[in-house]
Design a protein around this ligand. Structure first.
Ligand code: PHE
Length: 451
């Protein structure tokens, strides 16, 4: 019954580009370099790669296989698989993208604004210390740019899976890789950058601690879009003859490669510009420090513009995946058309996104749990709901469907080369890892530990 109406990617390349489009986002470009700098450079990189190849791989495989097997959104997938007691997992997986997409679009809007300033040649104003804080506190501007970004996302999603998402991802993702390589090389040629490169790549084991592992775990879940319903839905769009293991390996490689390149773009350049302490600037790194760094480079106006174009592409393909999954859930649960689902979603995105975008200015008085609205939504989805939903999927596989169901699904299209790793990780590593993440995120939010 589902077959006729079910959309799908045309083949492996389409799938890989779309999932990599979801995975490669603000998390890779802004968060990864910042965490790598903070947690001992090469040490963090190494820890991250090991985690991505084990726990990350296992969860990517699990969610994708369940999506393809059931051909449905997470709520229905859980139901079909007979997970009565874990029903909540299906709901969480479906609701999380609906709650992330509004605030993701707010940040996407900031990126649009910065790109716009580069395009019209006024990038020098971005280098003023107070520019960013004034911009996000403005009563209109952040909301306006949020609408611009949300509408761009909407235009792609309404066109559908093959003609919209796949087509856009196939164009934007290769351009993104080329730009990232170009800026990294350019950045590495600035005087003093090699010191920064060493700082980024050579492991400093004195900075290794359990916190390195926890930070790398959290980053990996976010970066690979795990526990957020995305992989279920995109898995359900994957044809049965696509080699799933190979596709997933390619997604992992691309996501890690872009994160690594983002570090190469940012760390050596910032290091050369103002020393390693400014790498700890966290959120402000991209919007305050980077414009200053670009301004100090030859052809900085151009390079900065290209950089923000890259960030825009990365953010857009991630927002598309979030909106698409939300639409898929609405379409399948309420039997409505894509058009209606997309309209419902854009209304929701604006209804939540506008207040969030104004949460640094006129609505700054709304502070749930003492956080800004954006931080609050990030905390609820990413730190609380995500580990629980991933935990439900792990429990579903271990206790209800059993590991063999996943292996069988993968073996429809190819051998399962990493089956042993998969089974081991699912049996012994996944659940403790997710529990540690949940606990440490909550403790760090309330200041009991620092991440
Ligand atoms: N993986 C994206 C990133 O690295 C973020 C994201 C999370 C996208 C959840 C979609 C869903 O930025």
């Amino acid at each position: 019954m589902e077959k006729n109406k079910k959309s799908s990617f045309s083949g492996r390349l389409g799938y890989v580009m779309a999932v990599a489009g979801s995975a490669v986002g603000l998390g890779n470009i802004w968060r990864f370099p910042y965490l790598a700098a903070k947690y001992g450079g090469g040490t963090f990189l190494f820890t991250y790669v090991i985690l991505a190849l084990t726990v990350g791989f296992a969860l990517l495989v699990s969610e994708t296989a369940l999506g393809r097997k059931t051909g449905n959104n997470p709520i229905k997938a859980y139901k079909i698989l007979g997970a009565k007691k874990l029903k909540i997992g299906g709901w969480l997986n479906s609701i999380i993208p609906m709650l992330i997409v509004p605030y993701y679009c707010v940040v996407g809007g900031w990126v649009c604004k910065y790109l716009f300033e580069y395009l019209r040649g006024s990038s020098h104003i971005l280098t003023q210390d107070t520019y960013f804080s004034n911009f996000i506190a403005n009563p209109i501007s952040p909301a306006f740019w949020l609408v611009v970004f949300a509408v761009l996302t909407f235009i792609v999603v309404i066109k559908g899976v093959e003609k919209g998402i796949e087509k856009v991802s196939k164009i934007l993702m290769p351009i993104l890789v080329v730009i990232a390589i170009f800026i990294s090389i350019y950045g590495l040629m600035t005087p003093g950058a090699i010191e920064g490169l060493k700082y980024y790549i050579i492991p400093d084991f004195s900075k290794f601690s359990i916190m390195t592992v926890i930070a790398a775990m959290g980053q990996m879940f976010y970066s690979l879009s795990i526990g957020m319903g995305i992989l279920f839905t995109y898995g359900s769009y994957m044809k049965k003859d696509v080699d799933m293991e190979k596709a997933i390996s390619q997604v992992e490689i691309m996501d890690t490669l872009i994160a690594f390149l983002a570090g190469l773009m940012i760390i050596p350049a910032v290091f050369a510009f103002s020393g390693k302490d400014s790498l700890n600037a966290g959120a402000s790194l991209m919007f305050i420090t980077m414009p200053k760094v670009f301004n100090s480079l030859k052809l900085g106006g151009f390079i900065g513009g290209v950089f923000f174009l890259l960030v825009l592409f990365a953010a857009l393909t991630s927002a598309i995946s979030l909106m698409e999954c939300s639409c898929a859930t609405l379409m399948e649960q309420f039997h409505i058309s894509r058009k209606k689902a997309a309209l419902a979603m854009i209304i929701e995105m604006l209804a939540l996104g506008i207040p969030i975008s104004l949460g640094y200015g006129v609505l700054g008085w709304i502070q749930p749990l003492g956080m800004t609205l954006l931080d609050f939504f990030d905390f609820v989805t990413n730190s609380c709901m995500m580990p629980i939903s991933a935990l439900c999927t792990a429990l579903l596989i271990i206790f209800v469907t059993k590991l063999k169901t996943i292996s069988d699904e993968i073996k429809i299209s190819s051998a399962f080369k990493r089956e042993k790793v998969y089974n081991f990780v699912m049996k012994y590593i996944c659940i403790p890892t997710l529990l540690i993440i949940l606990l440490s995120y909550i403790l760090s939010t309330f200041g009991i530990i620092t991440l």
